[in-house]
Design a protein around this ligand. Structure first.
Ligand code: SF4
Ligand code: SF4
Length: 86
């Protein structure tokens, strides 16, 4: 099986996502989606709140604090999160 690898596209540095344990109500989905830059989406098997906010440390599509980046960034693999590949 081919090993997945980060393509360094920077996509995951352009939003924050909070995974939900279950599908939110229609009213919550509608309310969140009325906000510019916010969405409730289902990607793969997860429902998430997604906020389109670029990280302040992303410069020229590269992490400017790469060696000191948060553990969350180090551990994140979009293909394991069930999100579509960039
Ligand atoms: S983890 Fe995925 S979304 Fe993030 S930079 Fe790598 S390939 Fe892109
Ligand atoms: S700290 Fe670096 S790796 Fe983490 S989200 Fe910001 S730019 Fe991306």
């Amino acid at each position: 099986m081919k090993k997945e690898k980060c393509k360094k596209c920077g996509k995951c540095c352009r939003y924050m996502a909070f995974w939900l344990s279950k599908k939110p109500s229609k009213d919550i989905i509608r309310w969140v989606n009325l906000h510019k830059g916010a969405k409730v989406i289902k990607e793969g098997k997860y429902w998430t709140y997604r906020f389109y906010l670029k990280c302040s440390k992303l410069k020229n599509n590269r992490c400017s604090i790469y060696k000191q980046r948060p553990d969350l960034c180090k551990e994140y693999k979009c293909w394991e999160a069930g999100f579509p590949k960039p």
